[in-house]
Write a protein that binds this ligand. Structure first.
Ligand SMILES: Cc1cc2nc3c(=O)[nH]c(=O)nc-3n(C[C@H](O)[C@H](O)[C@H](O)COP(=O)(O)O)c2cc1C
Ligand code: SF4
Length: 476
């Protein structure tokens, strides 16, 4: 046998038929341009799993720029699970559904009802508009969000960089964000707010601060932030006033005194180690904790942070809820989930996983007209098209939402934007109540993990939700 292996190829094996011609072996009857049929001319669909066309163009871009890329919108990492990995299991025999058209399902949502402040935030629906800065968004977009949210009884947040008068006027309830960089921090604004939000991180870029490229730093933005116009603004991420939980407790007490114990104080964090981070924030005295998953939107962020930092929203919510349960803070400290929420269905899944409310950023911009098929020539100038735009960082938003250019901003009609936001929030709420009633709940806050099943082992392991059919949770 060993000798046979050493024989030449011709001797190794003899077909019981004549050797076919080279032409026949190469299927040359189907050849194109002399290339044998079946041999690709190029690997334009990605021949290598490692060096995909995207990976190659990333190297080309880095080699040209000599720095990382910055862009807006959200995470493009396709390995993150989505809310579609979970499904609802409505009432059938073991539970009774509510009568869809006749029985009511309560959507009232109270945030910050910790007993520490006089005016917790009472919302008519469990959804509100995320903190998005004036600077990242135009003044018209900010005002439209405020009016739209107010029309349906919910609230919006300033984001970094100060309180815009148009937004204050438009918003029945407005939360004032205090970033570590203290851009736009003003004691008068602090007292005119209905809630405060201390941001220690965002899902789109945990561990780093805000970023606003020079093109969007207009005269007005720069005045509000007391920084030079036209220059990139990078915020610090570490609050100068606190280095740990003990200082944070002192800071929260200071803010309570400044606001006369009237309004709730939130801590907003990117989802990284929610089990521990949430426990620390709760112990330090936060009334509300916002956990922003890796899918979270942004006006501008280094691309590698968008795609490769943080953990997905669905895995953060259960861990955060368990942290609050373990330190006896559920019911006292409210939990808000954010990041990648597209619809009432996604929001209902967040509530079922343990959130008290959800906050939306990108979805509210899309409701106002982001990525809508108008001004197509301007999308083309950015090298993109409606439905694929993620160019908020450029300040050249074709629909006037993420810009400070007065001509572009004029395309953003405040009344139309507000009405679209209000209708979108209404539709989302209808989706949530329809699902909750089907699951037999008279309040959206009664949704629970048992109302869900996971469609993949990963989703089950990420959330502790039982696997469909098997009715057992994996690895929780
Ligand atoms: C245009 C834009 C601007 C933002 N500005 C801020 C900001 O100033 N401060 C902050 O904490 N988060 C900011 N965020 C993040 C949002 O508050 C929120 O965490 C995120 O958008 C939630 O994810 P979603 O967009 O998938 O709903 C911004 C997001 C967007 C899309
Ligand atoms: S349309 Fe405007 S808001 Fe939407 S992604 Fe593009 S630049 Fe951003």
């Amino acid at each position: 046998m060993a000798n046979d292996m050493n024989n030449s190829d011709e001797e190794r094996y003899s077909y019981p038929f004549e050797m076919p011609s080279e032409e026949a072996v190469a299927f040359s009857d189907g050849a194109i341009d002399g290339r044998p049929a079946g041999v690709p001319s190029s690997y334009d669909k990605g021949g290598s799993l490692r060096w995909t066309p995207d990976a190659i163009s990333e190297v080309h871009a880095l080699a040209q720029l000599g720095r990382y890329q910055v862009r807006g919108y959200n995470c493009f990492n396709q390995r993150l699970p989505t809310f579609d990995d979970l499904t609802f299991v409505p009432a059938t025999m073991t539970r009774l559904p509510l009568e869809g058209y006749r029985e009511k399902c309560d959507t009232t949502t109270i945030l910050g009802n910790s007993g520490n402040v006089e005016n917790p935030l009472e919302l008519k629906i469990p959804i509100y508009i995320a903190s998005m800065s004036f600077g990242a968004l135009s003044a018209s977009a900010k005002a439209a969000l405020g009016y739209g949210a107010s029309k349906v009884g919910t609230m919006t947040c300033t984001g970094e960089g100060g309180m815009l008068e148009e937004e204050r006027a438009a918003s029945e309830r407005l939360v004032y964000q205090m970033s570590p960089a203290r851009y736009g921090l003003d004691l008068d604004h602090l007292r005119r707010a209905d809630g405060l939000e201390l941001v220690v991180g965002q899902g789109a870029k945990p561990g780093t601060g805000g970023l606003l490229l020079g093109m969007k730093v207009s005269e007005r933005v720069s005045k509000m932030r007391t920084l030079p116009p036209g220059v990139d603004q990078r915020s610090t991420i570490r609050h100068p006033d606190f280095l740990g939980a003990d200082d944070l407790a002192v800071k929260i007490e200071e803010l309570r005194i400044a606001t006369n114990y009237k309004v709730p104080i939130s801590i907003k964090m990117g989802a990284t180690r929610p089990r521990y981070d949430v426990a620390i924030a709760a112990k330090a005295g936060a009334d509300i904790i916002v956990v922003d998953g890796a899918e979270g939107g942004t006006g501008a962020s280094p691309e590698m942070l968008l795609n490769h930092t943080g953990i997905p929203n669905i895995s953060a919510i259960r861990a955060a809820r368990e942290a609050l349960d373990e330190c006896g803070m559920s019911g006292k400290v409210s939990l808000v989930a954010a990041g990648g929420i597209r619809s009432g269905v996604d929001a209902a899944k967040c509530l079922a996983l343990g959130a008290d409310a959800v906050m939306i950023g990108n979805a509210s911009m899309i409701a106002m007209g982001c990525n809508s098929p108008r001004y197509e020539e301007d999308y083309a100038k950015l090298g993109t098209s409606p439905g694929a735009c993620h160019h908020c960082h450029t300040g050249l938003c074709p629909v006037g939402i993420a810009t400070q250019d007065p001509d572009l901003e004029a395309r953003m009609d405040v009344a139309v934007g507000a009405e679209r936001v209000a209708r979108y929030l209404t539709a989302m709420t209808m989706e949530i109540t329809a699902l909750a009633k089907a699951c037999g709940k008279s309040s959206v806050h009664n949704l629970e993990p048992e109302d869900l099943r996971a469609l993949s082992f990963e989703a089950s392991a990420f959330t502790g939700v039982k696997m469909a059919g098997i009715d057992r949770a994996f690895g929780w």
